[in-house]
Write a protein that binds this ligand. Structure first.
Ligand SMILES: *[C@@H]1O[C@H](CO)[C@@H](O)[C@H](O)[C@H]1NC(C)=O
Ligand SMILES: *[C@@H]1O[C@H](CO)[C@@H](O)[C@H](O)[C@H]1NC(C)=O
Ligand SMILES: *[C@@H]1O[C@H](CO)[C@@H](O)[C@H](O)[C@H]1NC(C)=O
Ligand SMILES: *[C@@H]1O[C@H](CO)[C@@H](O)[C@H](O)[C@H]1NC(C)=O
Length: 268
């Protein structure tokens, strides 16, 4: 049983950092602060001026958001309003994608693709591929149907041995540079990692990387047991018709709370 506790705690501790981050990488995907998930490019990847930057964005939250939510017209409680992409540094701001075409292209596909030709005039250095998303997210921790504006930088490195002195292509896609980081109104917790959000992957037990947790309570009041059924799955079933809250309150402590009753399990 001690081994089971350690296993379960390890799982929860592994998930804990992602539960509070607004953007994060997981299984090769980069979760923006909003609904969009970038499949490509990889954070910190080298890009080459004169070549395409290959962009792939999963709009569906890995299958949790239906395709009719990909337009500002959608009546879905959670839907996109706009998604623009810029290539920014402290001195430059290039439009990579704006307008509604990106959201509506490739009908039937939950992943939208864009090969953006990086002009030869873009100099070497550090850049952000920055996602500006406006979306309605039915996030129950906030007022339902709240509109969120998220700005998420994805860092990349530009390589250009021979920058072109012809700036016409760069000028054609240039915008005014604004100070960074910019203010946004992104959800305080990433919507896919927020336990109060219907989009939380924890709502889908068995999803990749998501432990299924089962608490057995043979009767009230009772001592609860936590069991795991083989890594990386832990299983807990709440049999009482009460609300149960599982909270990791520190890196070493797991509390289970029932109305009028608290059982504290502490590991060293
Ligand atoms: C919104 O709906 C109208 C009417 O159905 C349609 O013509 C338009 O293309 C839609 N706009 C978007 C962004 O999907
Ligand atoms: C990318 O964005 C981060 C976060 O806002 C910022 O700290 C960093 O300076 C930006 N990088 C560039 C090259 O602008
Ligand atoms: C998109 O960006 C281009 C180039 O910066 C600009 O001319 C155009 O007005 C923008 N369109 C929208 C819909 O924002
Ligand atoms: C880049 O330009 C867009 C469109 O004008 C603007 O919304 C955004 O704030 C700019 N970003 C930076 C980092 O300057």
């Amino acid at each position: 049983m001690a081994l089971c506790y350690v296993l379960l705690l390890n799982l929860l501790l592994t998930l804990a950092p992602t539960a509070i981050a607004q953007s994060f990488s997981n299984n090769g995907q980069f979760f923006t602060k909003g609904l969009a998930i970038s499949d490509a490019p990889a954070p910190d990847s080298p890009q080459h001026a004169g070549s395409d930057i290959v962009i792939a964005v999963d709009l569906s939250g890995d299958g949790k958001i239906s395709q009719d939510a990909f337009t500002s017209n959608s009546t879905s409680p959670t839907h996109y309003i706009s998604l623009n992409i810029y290539l920014t540094s402290s001195t430059t701001n290039f439009t990579v994608s704006n307008g509604s075409a990106f959201l509506s292209q490739e009908p039937g596909s939950t992943v939208k693709h864009l090969n953006w030709p990086i002009p030869n005039c873009v100099p070497s250095g550090s850049y952000n591929l920055t996602y500006y998303e406006t979306a309605l997210i039915n996030n129950q921790i906030y007022i339902a149907l709240q509109e969120f504006f998220s700005i998420t930088p994805l860092p990349i490195t530009m390589q250009n041995a021979n920058p072109s002195s012809d700036n016409s292509q760069c000028n054609a896609v240039s915008n005014t540079v604004q100070s960074q980081p910019q203010q946004d109104s992104a959800p305080a917790i990433n919507p896919y990692a927020d336990p109060n959000s219907p989009l939380d992957s924890g709502k889908t037990p068995g999803a990749p990387g998501v432990p299924t947790i089962t608490i057995s309570s043979p009767g009230l009041p009772s001592v609860w047991s936590i069991e795991t059924s083989g890594a990386p799955t832990a299983t807990v079933t709440v049999t009482a018709a009460t609300t149960a809250t599982l909270v990791v309150v520190s890196s070493k402590t797991l509390t289970e709370t029932l109305p009028g009753q608290t059982n504290l399990i502490t590991t060293t």
